[in-house]
Design a protein around this ligand. Structure first.
Ligand code: BES
Ligand code: MN
Ligand code: ZN
Length: 492
């Protein structure tokens, strides 16, 4: 259930709530706005900080009884050292709502050190991220055992225009994350190419975007031999979806966001091992990020032109599937030798990137769970960033940091091109194990002509196989925030 958020002015000590969440930065100082609460608690906050029982470290939580305050319980949540204050605040808010949800408190009040005009935005995003869960497919427990889901949260901040606007922005971005994470967490038999296309159509209807859906027939007419060879092993109709949001200057070149939407990746004939293959339902997180970002951008009413594009299909082994050694002709006209049918994401993206030229983009950013090699290189803490235009790379990395979805650049030097030369075609789809994230991007680069381009390899960051403390095991929402921040940075 979505979290209903409200703002409130005033003193934390005066608010009736089953749970008061106090978000605190590292250190042992009591922020002045908590003095009267401390008074109600007989100085318990001051003593706790002085003794070092709570130090405000990242992910630190201390549970206090509400005592004679008007809060049932109080949770102190650490924000960590203020190197990246927004990141600390967002993470603490997320941890707070996750904890509140587990406790079954039903509602909460959050208070953070004042002074940051954007705080309601950041807290709203954090609270939503932490309260999120996907329970559609579970039988609800019997009434008596049911915990109250967290449905309402109040943020203590000024209730003037500035705070209200910040809250609305946070809710818009949270709605984008919700779209993205929900689709990502859905199993492959429910989250089909058709469902992704229908979600795009639905977003388009609600926000008046022009949405176009191409199926197998239309893609054949477009000669998208690269995308189609991935889809030839599945009976399901592949979808190429474009979503056009045009609230910028008339005729101004749009930003184009591109996403890989493999609703399931078995590897095809080059089949993957069974162990942990179920995680390959997350191979559509790039497309989910595009959908989530379009939802958020439309809600934010950003004055900018943006086109979202994604390609959705499933990579299956079958009698009709593409085989290693086959050669296909891409939409751009380049021939591709298929070395490994598990390197399918780049085949889908190649045709999307070539198709994107029709929008005469100011910039193209694609996001894809593209390579296991990127996970080896950067782990789960950074998205791989590679591109043809250094200014654009820098701009994307800045946006990613703002969104607390950090990225790290990898090189795209010509040397690497040797690794994807084919004996029989213009290029081959696998360069082997060495530098796998880079050779994948080198392959994409061959199809990203006529515009500045950046590629995000989100294989390690879009979902997690382990619990991340503030975020449960499953989809993180990456790259939704990065897309939104980039577009917001370009909006007029
Ligand atoms: N979807 C995978 C990449 C992936 C791996 C995403 C692990 C998330 C976690 C992609 O389609 C793939 O299979 N890539 C191959 C490329 C190789 C065959 C050149 C890989 O990374 O092994
Ligand atoms: Mn694959
Ligand atoms: Zn894949």
């Amino acid at each position: 259930m979505a979290l209903t958020l409200a703002l409130r002015d005033g003193d934390a000590a005066d608010i009736d709530t089953p749970l008061l969440g106090v978000l605190l930065p590292a250190g042992n100082e009591l922020p002045p706005e908590l003095r009267s609460l401390d008074g109600r608690l007989g100085g318990a906050l001051t003593r706790t900080l002085e003794r070092g029982d709570f130090r405000g470290a990242r992910d630190e939580i201390l549970h206090l009884d509400g005592g004679s305050s008007r809060a049932g319980r109080i949770l102190l949540v650490g924000m960590g050292a203020p190197t990246e204050p927004a990141a600390g605040l967002r993470r603490a808010a997320s941890l707070l709502s996750r904890q509140a949800h587990r406790m079954g408190s039903g509602s909460l009040v959050a208070v953070a050190p004042s002074g940051d005009a954007d705080a309601p935005e950041v807290i709203a995003i954090g609270l939503n991220l932490g309260a999120w869960e996907y329970i559609d497919l579970k039988t609800p427990p019997p009434e008596a055992e049911r915990k109250k889901p967290l449905t309402r949260a109040t943020i203590i901040a000024g209730d003037g225009r500035e705070s209200k606007d910040a809250l609305a922005r946070g809710e818009a971005i949270a709605a984008g994350y919700e779209v993205s994470r929900r689709l990502s967490q859905m199993p492959g038999n429910l989250c089909t190419p058709d469902l992704l296309a229908k979600t795009a159509t639905d977003i388009g209807r609600r926000h008046k975007l022009k949405v176009t859906v191409l199926g197998r027939r239309e893609m054949e007419r477009q000669k998208m031999g690269s995308f189609l060879c991935v889809a030839q092993g599945t009976p399901e109709d592949p979808k190429l979806v474009t979503m056009e949001y045009r609230k910028g200057k008339r005729g101004a070149a749009p930003i184009v966001l591109v996403g890989k939407g493999l609703c399931f990746d078995t590897g095809g004939i080059s089949i993957k091992p069974a162990d942990r293959m179920e995680f390959m339902k997350f191979d559509m997180c790039g497309a989910a990020g595009v959908l989530g970002a379009m939802e958020a951008i439309a809600r934010l009413k950003l004055k900018v032109n943006v086109v979202g594009i994604f390609g959705a299909t499933t990579n299956m082994p079958s009698g009709t599937a593409v085989k290693p050694g086959d050669v296909v002709i891409s939409h751009l006209g380049k021939s591709i030798e298929i070395i490994n049918t598990d390197a399918e994401g780049r085949l889908v993206l190649a045709d999307l990137l070539s198709y994107a030229r029709r929008f005469k983009p100011a910039a193209v950013i694609d996001a894809a769970t593209l390579t296991g090699a990127c996970v080896i290189a950067l782990g789960h803490s950074a998205t791989g960033v590679l591109g043809t235009d250094q200014a654009l790379v820098d701009e994307v990395i800045t946006a990613a940091r703002k969104a607390t979805e950090p990225g790290w650049q990898l090189p795209l030097w010509d040397d690497y091109k040797e690794l994807i030369k084919s004996d029989v075609a213009d290029i081959k789809n696998s360069g082997g194990r060495a530098g796998g994230a880079i050779t994948a991007a080198m392959f994409l680069k061959e199809f990203a002509e006529e515009y500045p381009w950046v590629h995000l390899d989100i294989a390690g960051t879009a979902y997690s196989e382990t619990d991340l403390v503030a975020i449960p095991r499953g989809p993180t929402g990456v790259p939704t925030g990065t897309f939104v921040e980039f577009v917001r940075g370009r909006a007029g």
